[in-house]
Write a protein that binds this ligand. Structure first.
Ligand code: F6P
Length: 528
């Protein structure tokens, strides 16, 4: 038993509402960039903060943060630095990766991307027949899709560029829908792939290429295709010209890449100034993470809390509920950021980890979720930490309607905290024929949640929110001593998918287990 697990056990039956008072509310409501983050509805007591301080000291977290920002090769299994913070850096920053200065390259490539985006937005970059671009289709998957897709959606009210579509799935329907109604003469196709080997992306890119070539001929590919990648040689093989290829570097993890060339769809959607604000918001959070003391450091405290909830409270998931329809893709984005980073069971040095690590991240926008899964959040047999994300002002529509939206978020957090006791529930209502509904209508309360609020969901606020989670994930990974920056767990499925595709084509299921072989046989005999 550690001090932290003792504290978890001791606090198990603690009423969170009983802990609440104005001083607590004030002390545990922190400011990080434009975000007001209320952590007062968590099991945070002075003893817990002390235990967190000890945990951070034991793991030398401050030193790790310095190493991270200094470009040390923290991604040990791939021998790489983790330097996505440099992608939002300024000429005044001196970021390095593996001892080499990287800001010149970062700024040059950022400027190339922004200049290209502005040419497309302004109609100076035209298709092969001289027409301006009206639709942009981003073909990419995982980190080459989820970040730009989420940010473009989140910033839709700022969108004044060409129409944007995102294609990720190798399911042919996905590309089909993106191409439906597209005019090849006014369509730009972005092939986004860090490695330029991902089968889903390359398959969709080839089909899109055929679609374009069949309408406009081979010579049109140059004007209509853009590549975002670190693998410039593979891009060239595909036939995309160097001037329309935008690069990044192996020290940028795929799920941390939306600040790089992978963010081109965001630049196309919102333009230079707003994109620079987006980067500035992330920089605000980098600054906060590096300088705020632990008790005021939001990514640090949230990382410590989530690590503690997982390890010592055995909580298997975290719900992310944006009360903002434009943030509907945020849970999916955070799912990759968190689960691909923390879904590991081996230390950075390669030994087994003996406790639970990465949790499931899931969610849906409110208020929709209230009418679907909130029943379980309020009365299920176990509690799940919830993140409510909202802004004081609407992006679109009337303030009064927006007030109703955010009142719901605040009320849900309140209900999770205070609950309703059985006596009150019983006195309020009985069932048919006097049936006792006391326990049915009891809310246990003391269910922790975080209220994350900003004045307005601007590009800057979004940038800060994403960087907050990036750093929170770093903290968890470091506390658990796992490598949050590799993803070996996706390899086996990729290998076996190739082999299953071969078996499906040839009918040769030799070496497959009986269930897999039978599934392949059934698919073969039922194909169209
Ligand atoms: O399969 C997982 C993964 O490697 C992710 O980590 C990555 O974001 C995604 O695939 C796409 O990779 P790429 O950008 O190289 O196509």
């Amino acid at each position: 038993m550690t001090q932290r697990s003792d504290l978890a056990a001791a606090l198990k039956d603690q009423s969170l509402a009983a802990l609440m008072n104005p001083q607590r509310s004030q002390e545990l409501t922190l400011q990080a960039g434009p975000w007001r983050v209320d952590l007062s509805k968590h099991f945070l007591t002075p003893e817990v903060i002390q235990a967190f301080t000890d945990w951070a000291a034991e793991r030398q977290l401050d030193d790790a943060i310095q190493q991270l920002f200094a470009g040390a090769p923290l991604n040990l299994t791939e021998g790489r630095a983790v330097m996505h913070m440099a992608l939002r850096g300024t000429p005044d920053d001196a970021y390095q990766a593996d001892g080499q200065g990287i800001m010149d390259d970062v700024l040059t490539e950022r400027e190339r991307c922004l200049a290209f985006a502005e040419r497309v937005r302004g109609g100076q970059h035209t298709g092969a027949t001289g027409k301006p671009i009206k639709r942009v289709i981003n073909i990419g998957i995982g980190g080459s899709d989820l970040g730009p897709r989420m940010a473009v959606q989140a910033l839709a009210p700022d969108h004044d560029g060409p129409e944007l579509k995102f294609v990720a799935n190798v399911d042919p329907s996905d590309l089909h829908h993106a191409l439906a109604g597209a005019d090849p003469e006014t369509t730009l196709i972005i092939v986004a792939s860090k490695t330029f080997t991902t089968i889903e992306t390359l398959t969709n890119a080839r089909v899109a290429r055929e679609w374009l070539v069949s309408a406009l001929g081979e010579a049109a590919v140059g004007a209509h295709f853009v590549a975002l990648s670190t693998a410039l040689d593979r891009v060239a093989e595909f036939g995309i010209p160097a001037e329309q290829t935008f690069g990044f570097w192996d020290w940028v993890g795929g799920r941390y890449s939306l600040w790089s060339a992978i963010g081109l769809p965001i630049m196309l959607a919102i333009g230079r100034d707003a994109f620079e604000q987006f980067l500035a918001g992330a920089r605000d959070m980098d600054q906060h993470f590096q300088t705020a003391p632990l008790a005021q450091n939001v990514p640090m405290l949230m990382g410590l809390l989530y690590a503690w909830y997982r390890q010592d409270w055995h909580k298997g998931s975290v719900a992310v509920i944006p009360y903002d329809q434009h943030l509907s893709e945020l849970p999916a984005y955070l799912q990759q950021a968190d689960m691909e980073s923390l879904g590991k069971r081996v230390t950075r040095q390669g030994a087994a980890i003996e406790h639970a690590t990465g949790a499931v991240v899931w969610g849906e926008p409110g208020t929709n979720g209230q009418h679907a899964f909130f029943q379980l959040l309020h009365q299920g047999s176990d509690w799940i930490p919830v993140e409510f994300i909202l802004s004081a002002r609407p992006r679109l529509g009337a303030q009064a309607q927006h007030d109703l939206l955010v009142a719901n978020a605040v009320a849900q957090a309140e209900a999770l905290l205070v609950g309703k006791d059985t006596e009150t529930a019983r006195a309020e209502k009985s069932g048919p024929n006097g049936l006792d509904l006391g326990l049915h209508r009891t809310f246990p309360g003391s269910r922790p949640s975080t209220l994350m609020m900003t004045e307005r969901m601007t590009p800057r606020a979004l940038g800060a929110l994403i960087a907050l989670h990036e750093h929170r994930i770093f903290v968890q990974g470091w506390l658990w001593n796992l490598n949050a920056y590799d993803q070996w767990g996706v390899e086996l499925g990729k290998e076996l998918a190739l082999s299953a595709a071969e078996a499906l084509a040839s009918g040769n299921t030799q070496g497959k287990d009986a269930s897999t072989a039978a599934a392949i046989d059934w698919l073969r005999s039922n194909r169209g």
